[in-house]
Design a binder for this molecule. Structure first.
Ligand code: ADP
Ligand code: ZN
Length: 228
């Protein structure tokens, strides 16, 4: 089973992926997280992509496809060993070239995309959600100042770390990212839609309601029961 979460920045893909990954025994493939980890580690990839992320631009397809190819090779091994069910994509693919590469990589492992979940949120709300997002500098936990605030302002509930704003959650990069979504990523809904793979979910509801709606779709598409 390979599930793609699609939707603009701020639509809640990451939030849903954190819940659904463990529940469905899928390995999360979140390219943004992989890039941020590379930046934090200060490795070669991190040095290449740091300025790109800060601007809100897209990392070149070759670099992005290469890390996904590596991750999927590991996931295919774990799947063959019966340890996981597949992959859950958050933030990938974002361009036509990435979608084509993903089809090819999965085919190389005799696998394919199972379903594409489109999280729909009113564009006006996206900017608001993104500008209120805070992340823990220590453990990466994600908060929203309005929808999901920490118990103590500026402090992570889980680890006590400091909450910070991502560089790309400032107004200018937010605009850039949303424009790139509309221009490069939204057309993928047609690419997958032509194959009957897209299911729409109203993302403008409480987190648990969105999760429940996705679970119903997964059950329908895979003919399996999700254990909650
Ligand atoms: P968001 O979806 O809110 O922008 P992410 O954490 O998914 O947050 O991505 C952060 C940044 O990482 C993007 O703005 C982009 O620079 C880079 N990135 C993530 N995924 C991709 C991708 N598939 N292709 C190119 N760049 C990507
Ligand atoms: Zn923390």
């Amino acid at each position: 089973m390979n599930i793609i979460l699609m939707g603009a920045q701020g639509s809640g893909k990451g939030t849903q992926a954190r819940v659904l990954g463990p529940e469905l025994n899928l390995v999360k493939v979140a390219t943004g997280d992989l890039f941020r980890a590379a930046i934090a580690a200060g490795n070669e990839l991190g040095q290449k992509v740091e300025a790109i992320l800060a601007r809100g631009d897209l990392v070149p397809d070759e670099l992005t496809n290469a890390i996904v190819r590596e991750r999927l090779a590991e996931i295919a091994r774990a799947k063959a060993a019966g340890e996981v069910e597949g992959a859950l994509f958050d933030g990938f693919p974002r361009t036509a070239a990435q979608a084509e590469a993903l089809d090819q990589i999965l085919a190389d492992h005799d696998d394919r995309v199972t379903v594409v979940i489109e999280l729909q949120v009113d564009p006006e709300k996206l900017v608001d959600r993104l500008s209120k997002r805070r992340v823990c500098a220590n453990c990466g936990a994600v908060y929203n100042l309005e929808a999901d605030p920490p118990a103590v302002a500026g402090v992570c509930d889980r680890c006590g770390g400091a909450l910070v704003q991502r560089d790309d959650d400032k107004p200018e990069p937010i605009r850039r990212r949303l424009a790139l979504y509309a221009e490069q990523t939204a057309p993928l809904l047609t690419y997958y839609g032509q194959r009957g793979l897209v299911e729409q979910v109203d993302g403008d509801r409480p987190i648990a309601d969105v999760t429940a709606a996705i679970e119903v779709i997964v059950e329908k598409r895979t003919q399996t029961k999700v254990t909650r």
